[in-house]
Structure formats: structure tokens, C-alpha cells
Design a protein around this ligand. Structure first.
Ligand code: DC
Length: 247
């Protein structure tokens, strides 16, 4: 198996600047895979979930939620014009981090509090329009990999490459539990599995742009795959679909 990022230079230079949409269930490793593709092709990576998380953080900090964290949709939508979002590369890690009104919020948007409250915020139509516009603005010059839930169905239905990622729920719960342990957060497997299933339900049953596989998306079940194997799969996809041959 070849290493990630070993696409030959002539291919990188000649490759059409595509939009690559990666949608799928939560905790399937979409962002890891999307980042690996972006690195390999020298594309820009855009994390749409980070934008929903940043809007959620704003709502929590500005008191636009009730005591249970439920957002006041009308007030939040009115205040969206006060929000400026951006990604900026951290030279130490090489990763793009999320900024909200000029402040780095990368850590805070991954907190449990934001994770718990992001679903209802992402269900507000005005918030979805706001995030979609940001993504379309940034993807203007193409050569982007974007991960999310509705990228290939609603935001960029014209994307050249659409991948829909999934894996069995217990596999995803185990992965999520490992991530949480690494961060020092405690939970049982049953709790995490329940959360994974609840998020699947919320994402797929939402009224606006629910999670669903675009008819022209290619399914990737990575339950038994390493990231390197997923990259091999991606290279084969390029070869089969676009006749782009890699060494
Ligand atoms: O991928 P994530 O866990 O960072 O996403 C955070 C939340 O945002 C999650 O509840 C799903 C939602 N989301 C969405 O509705 N549409 C997207 N394109 C991306 C994320």
C-alpha cells in the first residue's frame, strides 16, 4: 500500500480542479479521509460541521439559547450578519483551524456543550442558508474537499466526486470512545453507541437537507479499513471514473 500524498507531481499539476463532496454518518472518519485527500491532491479542505459548531458556540455565548440549550431561531438568524467565520492554517500542526469573529475557536467548538447543542442549530433553515453561502464563497475557485451531511445533495449537487461514508454503528461507537478516552473524557460503550444512533436519527430525519446518499455518490463502508486502504480505494475510484492512472 503506497503512502498518502504520493500522487506523482505531474498528476497534481494536470488534475482538473474538482469539488470533492464527502458526506456520511457521524464518526465515520470523514474529516480524516477528507484531509488525507486534500493533502494528496494539494486541495483546500473545508469542514462544514465546524461552521455549524461555530454558529452554535456563538448562540450559546450570546445567550441566544434557553436553559436547555435550545436555540431561539428567530433571534439567532437575525444575528447571523454579525458572524464572520474563517479557517486559518496553524503552522505548528499544518491543520486549518476555525475562527469566529477573528478568534480561534477550534478547541471550544469540539466541546461536549457544543456537540450536545449543534443538532437543533443545524436544523434552522436560515442557519443552513448562511453556512451554504459561506461554503459556496470559499469553494469558488474549486480544488476543494468538503465534508458534511448534505454537500453532495444540497450544497454542491454539481460536485464532480461524491462519496458517502458509513460503517456499522458499533464500529463507529468504538472509534468515538477511543477519541474521547484520548481527550480524558469518560463514557461507557453503551452510552456512546446510543449517542451515535441518536445522531444518525437526528441527521437523517431533519426536515431541511437531511443526511441521505446522493444517487450519484459512491458508497464507502470503511468499517474494516485503515486510512491508507481508503486512499487506495480513492485512487482506484479516480482511475475507474476518470481514467486518471496512478503509479
Ligand atoms: O461533522 P460534525 O459532527 O462536526 O457536525 C456537527 C453537526 O453539524 C452535526 O450535528 C451534523 C451537522 N451538520 C450538518 O447538518 N450538515 C453538514 N453539512 C455538516 C454538519
Amino acid at each position: 500500500i503506497s503512502q498518502i500524498g504520493d500522487f506523482p507531481l505531474h498528476l497534481k499539476q494536470n488534475m482538473k480542479q474538482m469539488i470533492i463532496a464527502i458526506d456520511g454518518h457521524s464518526s465515520t472518519g470523514k474529516s480524516t479521509f477528507a484531509k488525507a485527500i486534500a493533502r494528496a491532491l494539494d486541495y483546500t479542505y473545508l469542514d462544514s460541521g465546524a461552521l455549524y459548531r461555530a454558529v452554535t458556540l456563538y448562540a450559546l455565548e450570546e445567550g441566544l439559547t434557553d436553559a436547555q440549550g435550545k436555540p431561539d431561531a428567530d433571534r439567532l438568524v437575525e444575528r447571523l450578519e454579525d458572524i464572520t467565520l474563517s479557517f486559518c492554517r496553524n503552522p505548528k500542526t499544518g491543520n486549518d483551524e476555525t475562527y469566529l469573529n477573528g478568534k480561534n475557536v477550534e478547541q471550544r467548538i469540539r466541546s461536549l456543550e457544543v456537540s450536545r447543542n449543534v443538532s437543533p442549530v443545524s436544523g434552522i433553515p436560515g442557519v443552513r442558508d448562511f453556512v451554504d453561502n459561506e461554503l459556496r464563497k470559499w469553494a469558488g475557485k474549486k480544488g476543494v474537499v468538503i465534508d458534511g451531511r448534505d454537500i453532495g445533495t444540497a450544497v454542491f449537487p454539481q460536485a464532480e466526486v461524491k462519496i458517502f461514508m458509513t460503517a456499522p454503528a458499533p464500529v463507529r461507537a468504538r472509534r468515538r470512545l477511543e477519541e474521547m478516552k484520548a481527550k480524558g473524557e469518560e463514557a461507557t460503550f453503551e452510552e456512546v453507541l446510543e449517542n451515535v444512533l441518536r445522531r444518525d436519527h437526528l441527521d437523517s430525519s431533519r426536515e431541511v437537507h437531511p443526511l441521505t446518499k446522493a444517487p450519484d455518490a459512491v458508497l464507502l463502508d470503511n468499517g474494516n479499513m485503515t486510512v491508507a486502504q481508503q486512499m487506495e480505494w480513492f485512487k482506484k475510484l479516480l482511475e475507474d471514473k476518470w481514467d486518471i492512472r496512478l503509479k
